[in-house]
Design a protein around this ligand. Structure first.
Ligand SMILES: Nc1nc2c(c(=O)[nH]1)N[C@H]1C(S)=C(S)[C@@H](COP(=O)(O)O)O[C@H]1N2
Ligand SMILES: [Mo]
Length: 388
């Protein structure tokens, strides 16, 4: 990159409040000659995308910096409940226990020798929303062994109905039962039904964008369930336990559920559901200007169902079709662009809306009024900016 482009980029990043940290290499192809970023006026001054220190370090992806299909490992969002356990790769063993014919304890090298299937999977935390500028989302290429291969080699017994995934992270936690509260040491755990676990997609992953999975993102091994919310992707995976009964752990049945009113035969019924497949969502991530026209960049997520349309609306104008990026794949996030011709000076509101091939339309915030719990907020995200 020549110095003039570098200077332009530095100016644009300064406008984002990012100037002081220098120019990350991956940001280099972002802006063409003469292209400048139009800052959003809806991003808080203190918005941070650095790993927050403390017992439970987390990090947002600053979606204004998305510049390509894969999120670099040092930018990938980070969130979890119980901090980052240190797992020693040299002594690591993935245990497979319970209702299997051949219980296993698989070392990391052994796991790597069992396969190198790749999937590009993007996901968001089910708590991701406009309130946090949609920063709990990322997209990476994962490499690992198909879960069903491991389960088939272990041999599921006929009565095996539920596959539980336990992380190495654990803590004394409140387990509520009626009016009682037990304080018990619990591992982070999630489950899939036998049928879901034997689908071709779920991956026991040991690499992320061609590198070992980072410690914050689950080193050395994590589960990836493409098309599902982040919570399904158990990090620091230490044990796969197969059982007959439904698993009702804290992060399966209590924390991660949606309380939502649905009209059923003309009456609103409050149905509680577990967090599973991602609901169709899109968001505008960045707006740039080069000459007279502005370019809008955004991302969309689905459960793997193809996108039918992504549309962008400027102020009170009509919905206009956006263009999907050719790099998108079945389970990746879907990048899109929209050319905003001749934006007039002044304040504007831009919003995007995704519709999938099953006809499911991304709702407005008002459409979600009967959803009482905040998870699974796939509402349209109106963005505000000012054209000088
Ligand atoms: N072991 C373990 N895995 C976990 C969690 C956790 O607390 N412990 N949190 C889940 C949640 S809620 C999300 S959104 C994703 C976040 O993955 P990331 O930090 O790699 O972005 O991890 C999931 N996997
Ligand atoms: Mo999450």
């Amino acid at each position: 990159m020549d110095n003039s482009r570098r200077a332009i980029l530095r100016g644009s990043l300064a406008a984002l409040g990012l100037g002081a940290i220098g120019i990350p290499e991956w940001a280099i192809p972002v802006l063409a000659q003469g292209e400048t970023v139009i800052p959003f006026t809806d991003v808080p001054q203190n918005y941070s995308s650095t790993l927050r220190a403390g017992a439970n370090p987390s990090r947002n992806l600053d979606i204004r910096k998305i510049d390509g299909p894969l999120t670099p490992n040092d930018q990938f969002f980070v969130t979890q409940h119980l901090g980052h356990p240190a797992v020693d790769a040299a002594t690591y063993k993935l245990k497979i226990s319970g209702l299997v014919d051949r219980p296993k304890a698989i070392a990391l090298d052994q796991l790597k020798s069992l396969g190198a299937t790749e999937v590009v999977a993007g996901f968001e935390c089910s708590g991701n929303s406009p309130r946090g500028i949609e920063g709990l989302v990322s997209n990476a290429k994962w490499t690992g062994v198909p879960l069903r291969k491991l389960l088939t080699e272990a041999g599921l017994k006929p009565e095996a109905a539920e596959v539980v995934f336990l992380g190495a992270d654990h803590a004394a936690s409140d387990v509520e039962w009626r009016t009682q509260k037990f304080n018990l040491d619990q591992q982070f755990g999630r489950s899939l039904t036998r049928e879901q676990a034997l689908m071709p997609d779920p991956l026991v992953a040991y690499a992320m964008n061609g590198q070992p999975i980072t410690v914050p993102n689950g080193f050395p091994v994590r589960l990836i369930v493409p098309g599902w919310y982040g919570v399904a992707n158990v990090k620091w995976l230490s044990q796969i336990h197969v059982q007959e009964d439904r698993y009702l752990g804290n992060y399966e049945a209590r924390w991660y559920r949606t309380v939502k009113g649905e009209p059923i035969d003309g009456e609103t019924k409050y149905i509680e559901t577990a967090i599973s497949h991602m609901r169709v969502k899109s968001a505008i991530a960045r707006v740039t200007k080069n000459g007279a026209d502005a370019k809008v960049l955004g991302f969309a997520l689905t459960d793997g169902t193809p996108i039918k349309t992504i549309e962008v609306k400027v102020d009170d104008g009509p919905w206009q079709p956006a263009t999907l990026d050719p790099s998108n794949t079945k389970y990746s996030w879907k990048l899109f662009t929209y050319v905003w011709k001749n934006p007039p000076p002044g304040e504007h509101t831009l919003v995007s809306r995704a519709t999938d091939a099953k006809g499911r339309v991304q709702p407005t915030a008002a459409d979600l009024a009967e959803k009482k719990s905040f998870l699974e907020d796939n509402s349209q995200f109106p963005r505000k900016l000012t054209i000088a």
